[in-house]
Design a protein around this ligand. Sequence first.
Ligand code: ADP
Ligand code: GLC
Length: 476
Amino acid sequence: MKILFATSEIAPWVKTGGLGEVAGTLPAALRFHGVDVRVLVPAYPDLLQHFPDAREIAQPHRLGGLLPTPTLREAVSPDGTPLLLVDYPPYYHRPGNPYLGPEGRDWLDNHLRFGLLSRVAAWLGSQENTLAWRPDIVHCNDWQTGLAPVYLSYLPGRSAKSLFTLHNLAFQGLFDHASLFELGLPDAAWGIDGVEFYGYLSFLKAGLQHANAITTVSPTYAREIQTDAEGMGMGGLLRHRGDRLSGILNGIDTRVWNPATDRYLHQTYSVRRLEAKAANKTALQAQLGLEPRGDVPLLGVVSRLTEQKGLDLLLEAAPQALKLPAQIVVLGSGSPELQHAWGAVAHKHRGQCAVTIGFDEALAHRIEAAADIFVMPSRFEPCGLNQMYSLRYGTPPVVRATGGLADTVVDAADEKHGNGFVFGPATAEGLLQALQRAAAAWHDPERWRKLQKRGMARDSSWEAAASRYVELYQAL
Ligand code: ADP
Ligand code: GLC
């Protein structure tokens, strides 16, 4: 079975969040199941730097509209996964994040940049493909590859089937009507059954509408997005396509996220040497200028600072949470308002609250290990990876009951299966109550150990998910 996995980011080279993590790990798990999977991704400078010998294998041309002719290059990742890099320097050789310019605003030509990625995916999956390798299925991920199923449906001859995996409904890839022509799509593609979404062209809707099957990254999120309340305008469409939609819970990279071998940690530990975890807290407190206290719980956050992640709720609850007493450490970047507000809290409560603005892989690992309690009060969360890391690191999470958080965290009230703390409505009070319960449990070492051990024993590998994807590929 030949699968083209199309993505706009891939860890460890180019990652802004969970999508990059998934693209960096799921393909290897699929290969383990005997699937011939190749990953299609733009040739960003960070990738070309790592694969300077990536050799040219094709020049897909006459792609339509204003789309240029890129060079397709091939490389092999260290885990053995073949990578197909779409090289077109004017589009992808830009500094920083794949989506944003230096001022933090979307690049104005993102429709062309990711239209080209989608179009090359379709080129590979159609009879235009001049290579010996042609995929049976094009597996798309999020809006950046959402046009591939549309292109496939318009290309002549027998084409690959398409699967669209939705990692986040909030990013819809909206562009104006004129981009239809620039992307080389026919007028017939416009309209309510096509790519049009409230007067805009939506890459996301295009994918959801045209893919042969749709998955999202947790069973609960798959149900939530079919409602008007949580469907972000796509609820009707997703209900309509409900028989084609399923939820497959993500795994994590259990080699990279393993407290027994994690090289970023001050002190490694395991479920049998759990007492060694504490050295990580002491080291982080020293590193970030927090008071060296062992008698108060340390609350940890690693997150994009956006509305989705509910960190405004924690901000509101922070003065009271600090009085539990507790310490708070935050690593994140995103909305300027939230960055500013968190900076102010850290300033006011110096020694008790430390905030680092930025993207820092090493610090993310250290926080997972050093914190006693991990906090993830997301308003919505398609899957969420950090709560799975924290379970594995013996750092019980406090989460809101939504999406993948609801599918991975069981409240401590369940004495047999509890591995964290879950709260309902997205309010600061709800969060604070859960934090109070967590802090109380933390002060009861015997009870806490049990919670930690249950979390650490959870199987977060890609094994189960990979089997589900293989079944779905076969069905297609
Ligand atoms: P999302 O993809 O919505 O941001 P996930 O929980 O699925 O949420 O994945 C986030 C990923 O990005 C995790 O691997 C997390 O560790 C990482 N991450 C998020 N923010 C930062 C940051 N500021 N520094 C380092 N890693 C981060
Ligand atoms: C998105 C979601 C996150 C999910 C990740 C990987 O970024 O916000 O919940 O874990 O994709 O699927």
